[in-house]
Design a protein around this ligand. Structure first.
Ligand code: COA
Length: 258
């Protein structure tokens, strides 16, 4: 089964669906490469006016990076994984066409980092957003340490990242993480309407708006490099191994600080 499903509507809407429903659309490294390549292929396609990214099924946008890839991974490889995710998500944030994250269900860890790299986010009333990596003995590695603060302020972002707590859709809206909350029963009709509206806007003007606004969302590479390096180092710890084992064995982790 392909990791990504793709629909191009006549209206100029490129709809990307993350297609790993059994793993709650967890983002593995191949999927991230595929997403990067797919967007690159459409960057200069004038028939595409707007892009959306969503998860398959109703339960998750994406429940994080794929935790099974963290088993036994060496720090250097993990740092590389983090850098690859950062590069893809940075590319999305600078994309010349509007990219919307359509969040339904869980947007956690790498899933929320992907949504945060999009130009804006719309959430269903059932959504839950968070950066729960700390519960695995890990930390965000796809620029989430920077982008959550940009979007909701450092006070709330720090609290959420060190507790691993999730925000429901209303909290995410109040915090400024999502632009709009849509009742779940109206999800398809209302998101289709928004995307149809966007696909009719003047494309040059839309690109100019994004080009003017998005530099404010650039993440300095030194911060991303520091995040990737720390992410890599944590892979060697006993706590990370315990966190991943506990998740896979469906039990609570016990951390020792080693
Ligand atoms: N990576 C890999 N697999 C994942 C995953 C992830 N990030 N998130 C969920 N899955 C898998 C589960 O292992 C499970 O697989 P199984 O059916 O083979 O056992 C399946 O998706 C369903 O998840 P499950 O945990 O059984 O669903 P739930 O409804 O009980 O809980 C969540 C939902 C989102 C709360 C829970 O899956 C979760 O905490 N996921 C991890 C979130 C996270 O830490 N993300 C950051 C990763 S760096």
């Amino acid at each position: 089964m392909s990791n990504l499903l793709l629909h191009t509507a006549e209206t100029g809407h490129l709809r990307i669906i993350i297609n790993r429903p059994k793993a709650l659309n967890a983002l593995n490294s191949t999927l991230i490469q595929e997403l990067y390549a797919l967007l690159q292929n459409h960057e200069t396609d004038d028939s595409i006016r707007v892009v959306s990214i969503e998860g398959s099924g109703e339960k998750a946008f994406a429940a994080g990076a794929d935790i099974t890839e963290f088993q036994g991974i060496a720090p250097a490889a993990a740092e590389k994984l983090s850098r690859a995710g950062q590069a893809c998500f940075n590319y999305i944030s600078q994309y010349p066409k509007p990219v919307l994250a359509l969040i339904r269900g869980y947007a956690l860890g790498g899933g929320l980092e992907l949504a945060m790299s999009c130009h804006t986010r719309i959430a269903s009333s059932t959504s839950m957003c968070g950066l729960p990596e700390v519960n695995l003995g890990l930390m965000p590695g796809y620029a989430g340490t920077q982008r959550l603060s940009q979007l909701i302020g450092i006070t709330k972002a720090t609290y959420l990242t060190i507790t691993g707590d999730m925000m429901d859709a209303q909290e995410a809206h109040a915090a400024g993480l999502v632009a709009k909350v849509i009742p779940d029963e109206e999800w398809s009709a209302q998101t289709d309407k928004i995307l149809a509206k966007l696909s009719k806007k003047a494309p040059l003007a839309t690109t100019a708006v994004l080009k003017a606004m998005m530099p404010a969302r650039d993440v300095p590479d030194a911060y991303m490099a520091a995040e990737a390096s720390a992410f890599g180092e944590l892979m060697e710890t006993e706590d990370l191994q315990e966190g991943v084992s506990a998740f896979l064995e469906k039990r609570k982790a016990v951390f020792t600080g080693r």
